[in-house]
Design a protein around this ligand. Structure first.
Ligand SMILES: *[C@@H]1O[C@H](CO)[C@@H](O)[C@H](O)[C@H]1NC(C)=O
Ligand SMILES: *[C@@H]1O[C@H](CO)[C@@H](O)[C@H](O)[C@H]1NC(C)=O
Ligand SMILES: *[C@@H]1O[C@H](CO)[C@@H](O)[C@H](O)[C@H]1NC(C)=O
Length: 236
């Protein structure tokens, strides 16, 4: 990981720096019109609970500061705290999917924001079809990733340079974390709190408060078979 090796050069002791990366502290959620609510709100609930016992701040980042409606229109939405142009300093960027990602891949401002922000991040993550935004921004070129199994064929077609992994609840390739359909994002974030924030007790406490049963195995995926998804290697 580029960021950690840079860190290593600057740090007094390289061994300590590489073995213990800094804890991520600032998390940005990309607000894209017509996002699937649960893609965003599931992770937000977990991270908000985690923030009670860790130094974590969450912000919503949008093209403008106007309310961004979810895929169910006026029933819910996200209010951005920053615009792309304001370029807030964040350690992690999370990209929810849904109809939002289909619109976003044709929105040059979104793609440019993801492209220029990725090199500055500790982690980038997608939920559901949010992976196609990463693919369009070139972040997934030659990388392993997963996405929603119901939309598999469409996603594979829109990201031909990606090594798509079919049987996966989530996939980690270096600092790129991609999760499968909607609810899988919560399992990925539970894993993030456990490993990147290094507090499994906190992750479990948050899940127990939400009364949500966690899937801890990244290869757990009955939905790949239900929707007939198979691995799709990158065509470079
Ligand atoms: C907590 O995070 C903020 C950034 O959000 C940072 O400025 C501050 O130094 C952090 N505090 C500690 C104790 O790490
Ligand atoms: C949301 O509410 C506004 C104002 O009432 C209305 O014009 C618009 O059609 C509504 N949008 C949806 C998706 O329901
Ligand atoms: C981990 O989370 C638990 C539960 O919230 C908290 O009591 C504990 O202080 C946290 N540990 C660290 C090292 O922050």
């Amino acid at each position: 990981m580029v960021r950690f090796s840079l860190w290593c050069i600057l740090a007094a002791t390289c061994t300590a720096a590489t073995s213990t990366p800094p804890l991520p502290q600032t998390i940005g959620i990309l607000a894209l019109p017509k996002f699937v609510g649960l893609d965003a709100y599931g992770p937000i609930e977990l991270l908000n609970l985690a923030a009670f016992s860790s130094n974590l701040s969450l912000s919503i980042i949008g093209q403008t500061l106007d309310l961004v409606s979810s895929s169910v229109g006026n029933t819910s939405g996200l209010i951005p705290s920053y615009t792309f142009d304001q370029d807030p300093k964040i350690d992690v960027l999370i990209i929810p999917g849904g109809p939002a990602s289909r619109l976003a891949i044709n929105n040059p401002e979104v793609i440019a924001y993801v492209k220029r922000t990725y090199p500055k991040l500790q982690y980038i993550m997608s939920i559901c079809t949010g992976a196609q935004v990463l693919a369009r921004a070139g972040v997934l070129d030659g990388k392993r990733a997963t996405t929603n199994k119901f939309s598999w064929k469409e996603m594979v077609a829109s990201g031909p340079t990606v090594n798509w992994v079919a049987h996966a609840r989530w996939v980690i390739d270096n600092n790129i974390w991609t999760s499968s359909g909607v609810t899988a994002g919560m399992d990925m974030i539970h894993h993030f709190i456990t490993t990147a924030l290094r507090n499994g007790t906190l992750a479990d406490r948050a899940a127990n408060i939400l009364e949500y049963e966690v899937h801890r195995d990244p290869s757990f995926d009955p939905f790949a078979d239900i929707w007939g998804a198979t691995d799709a290697p990158a065509v470079m």
